[in-house]
Design a protein around this ligand. Structure first.
Ligand code: NAD
Ligand code: UDP
Length: 312
């Protein structure tokens, strides 16, 4: 018997495609909505054999009507090079996408989860970041189309909840990686792995001392699904990420070790407003969701490297 009918926006992307797969495996009917800007049909084409899976080409900036029980709103480019390609469109995707999905949820009384981000903390002055921290974002910088778009989306979610009783959940996702990232995605983990496997230079931006905390995709999705199914009055925002913190130089050295590559490390200019440090405090997720990550960076990198080896 089908448990729930679920809409996943951005379902053909990296996280969305894993989420669709997982929700189908758990016995749900899944509708994947995507405009294929950074996602690909290839990521979900294997799911089409399942009669309980559907793909729809649609842009979340336009209204959309469907009857579902739950909505996971993931539609938005996540890699800096892609979200900065058309910054106005990025803002529209976050803001109008949120309005359209919240309006839909209100009308059909569905529960809706927003894929927010650690970028709402900007270049943080509080370390590690807790949910109470309001952030340090440059509103006119190159990352603002993404950061401010996601911040306004959180504002819309909270106010549709307060004003219209829409059932919402907000997850703040910290850097997540794994198989099915696009080889030209541009984010650091896929860049370094592809460069190492191809014997090309490993491009570190800045001096490599900036930090990120990397979460493997399976762990992240556990947290996301737990949040959707958490008690009604727990709405977040909640940080979900792996607190293991690494410098970009440490990441590059680990990728070189695990691939056995002889690529050279080269240093390139640090992009403007690039956050210098990032690490989630996950006490709230531990307490409310009973969640914590289980896959250390080295193990997750091995799985991701295997994926890219078979890919190329
Ligand atoms: P991704 O780029 O692989 O996936 C995003 C998907 O959204 C793609 O399939 C893309 O085609 C689709 N999309 C973009 N604009 C759209 C639009 N206007 N209408 C319909 N579809 C659209 O990125 P991802 O890593 O899978 O990220 C998924 C979500 O999670 C994003 O909202 C992102 O902001 C959030 N997030 C991801 C991370 C991470 O580290 N992976 C971290 C923080 C937040
Ligand atoms: N980065 C890098 N080399 C690359 C890609 C990214 O050194 O080829 C750096 C980037 O400047 C940032 C970190 O790695 O400091 C993470 O970048 P990513 O784009 O993956 O995510 P975000 O900055 O949004 O966390």
């Amino acid at each position: 018997m089908i448990k729930k009918k679920i809409l996943v926006t951005g379902g053909a992307g990296f996280l969305g495609s894993h989420l669709c797969e997982r929700l189908l495996r758990e016995g749900n009917e899944v509708v994947c909505l995507d405009n294929y800007f950074t996602g690909q049909k290839q990521n979900v084409v294997h799911l089409l054999e399942n009669p309980f899976f559907e793909m729809i080409r649609h842009d979340v900036t336009m209204p959309f009507f469907i009857e579902v029980d739950e909505i996971y709103n993931l539609a938005c480019p996540a890699s800096p090079i892609h979200y900065q390609y058309n910054p106005i469109k990025t803002v529209k995707t976050s803001v109008m996408g949120a309005i359209n999905m919240l309006g839909l949820a209100k009308r059909i009384k569905a529960k809706v989860l927003q894929a927010s981000t650690s970028e709402v903390y900007g270049d943080p002055e509080v370390h590690p970041q807790t949910e109470e921290y309001w952030g340090h974002v440059n509103p006119i910088g190159p990352r603002s189309c993404y950061d401010e778009g996601k911040r306004v989306a959180e504002t819309l979610f909270i106010n549709y909840h307060k004003q219209n009783d829409v059932r919402i959940k907000i997850i703040r996702i910290f850097n997540t990686y794994g198989p099915r990232m696009h080889p030209h995605d541009g984010r650091v983990v896929s860049n370094f792995i592809v460069q190492a496997l191809d014997g090309e230079d490993i491009t570190i931006y800045g001096d490599g001392s900036q930090t990120r905390s990397f979460c493997y995709v399976d762990d992240l999705l556990d947290g996301m699904i737990r949040l959707m199914n958490s008690r009604e009055d727990f709405i977040g925002p909640v940080n979900v990420g792996n607190p293991g913190e690494f410098t970009m130089l440490e990441l590059a050295e680990l990728v070189l070790k695990l691939t056995g590559s002889r690529s050279k490390i080269v240093y390139m200019p640090l992009p403007a407003d690039d956050p210098l440090q990032r690490q989630p405090n996950i006490e709230l997720a531990r307490k409310e969701l009973g969640w914590e990550p289980t896959i250390p960076l080295e193990e997750g990198l091995r799985k991701t490297i295997d994926y890219f080896k078979n890919f190329s």
